[in-house]
Design a protein around this ligand. Structure first.
Ligand SMILES: [Mn+2]
Length: 332
């Protein structure tokens, strides 16, 4: 099944691993795992992504080897964790990407319901909870070497996309893959500790979080929790942490709450809203869409293009959320 990929890797001396414009723990872990595998096979490997690596992913050592610039002398490339051309908008404008596309390009992904990349030599869209799991399967079948760092990166990729093996798409095979990786020497405790070290917050953020929590307002009989973050606080605390992310999960995890909303007012007076819904109340994307935004059923957001009074806007949000929650309950 992976013949074409196997032959291309065998014949290549310089391999490029590409992440799309929305890098996450799975794509970075997968890229670093392939780098470790191919390095072990005495290949030269380059990593590229048009977007900066997010701060919360920097517990994966090697993240700083991911470059924005595309190399001009590769023999082949592998795109990890995406098969959508719209997610390569930034590189589409880069003349070096046209060069990359003249060489065999492979896709390793696990999102089965996508259109694919028209210029790919072959696409491997495996049924797996993460691209990390797909890579393990391919490496196993092709007898690629699996050094310990490759195993650690695959485990991090799988744990990241499966939220610690708790998502709906986690299968017995995903869990067996993790078991295999642990057998090969991966310490999940060590990986989790590295991740948590990076999540530590500055002491002043603890004080700020306390103040934010005191300002959480409850509407609609306590079913909607909201908080407002003014520009002065965005300016002061954003370099340390995203203020809404400090409290939105505590708000969502309050007994009786169906959805949590964090509003931010920017310097120009424009308002954004981040929406998080609880399990069984998937109204996030519909609510956001009503205000010109979008997202997923449980995580969505919008940005008001014109200046609005926040009290009035909030009243409209409550009204619409109320309506959507009512519809949900009558249709259930
Ligand atoms: Mn993924």
């Amino acid at each position: 099944m992976f013949d074409e990929l196997s032959k291309a890797v065998e014949n290549a001396s310089h391999i490029l691993i590409l992440q799309a414009d929305n890098p996450d723990g799975d794509s970075l872990g997968s890229a670093l795992a392939l780098e470790a595998i191919f390095t072990e096979m005495n290949k030269r490997v380059s990593l590229a992504c048009a977007v900066d690596t997010a701060p919360h992913l920097k517990h994966m050592s090697g993240w700083d080897r991911v470059q924005k610039e595309l190399p001009r002398d590769v023999d082949m490339s592998i795109v990890v964790d995406t098969s959508s051309e719209t997610l390569f908008e930034l590189y589409e404008k880069d003349p070096n990407f046209s060069y990359v596309k003249t060489k065999p390009l492979f896709v390793i992904d696990h999102h089965v319901e996508t259109s694919g990349l028209s210029y790919a030599a072959a696409q491997y869209n495996l049924e797996a909870v993460a691209t990390g799991e797909a890579i393990y399967q391919i490496a196993h079948e092709l007898n690629w070497p699996l050094p310990l760092d490759a195993c650690e990166f695959m485990a991090m990729a799988i744990m990241s996309d499966s939220l610690g093996l708790t998502t709906d798409s986690t299968t017995p095979k995903s869990i067996r893959t993790i078991a295999d990786l642990v057998e090969k020497g991966v310490s999940l405790a060590k990986l989790e500790n590295n991740r948590r070290e990076l999540m530590r917050k500055e002491p002043e953020l603890i004080d700020y979080k306390g103040r934010l929590l005191q300002r959480v307002a409850f509407d609609h009989s306590g079913r909607i929790a909201s908080v407002r973050i003014p520009w002065a606080e965005i300016e002061r605390y954003s370099p340390l942490y995203n203020p809404s992310m400090l409290v939105i999960d505590d708000m969502r995890l309050t007994v009786g709450v169906d959805l949590a909303i964090a509003y931010k007012t920017y310097k120009d007076g424009k308002i954004t809203a981040k929406i998080r819904c609880n399990y069984g109340k998937p109204i996030g994307s519909d609510l956001a869409a009503h205000f010109g935004g979008g997202g997923h059923p449980y995580a969505a957001g919008f940005k008001m293009l014109e200046k609005r009074n926040l009290d009035e806007l909030h009243a409209e949000v409550i009204k619409k959320a109320n309506e959507l929650l009512d519809n949900l309950e009558t249709s259930a």
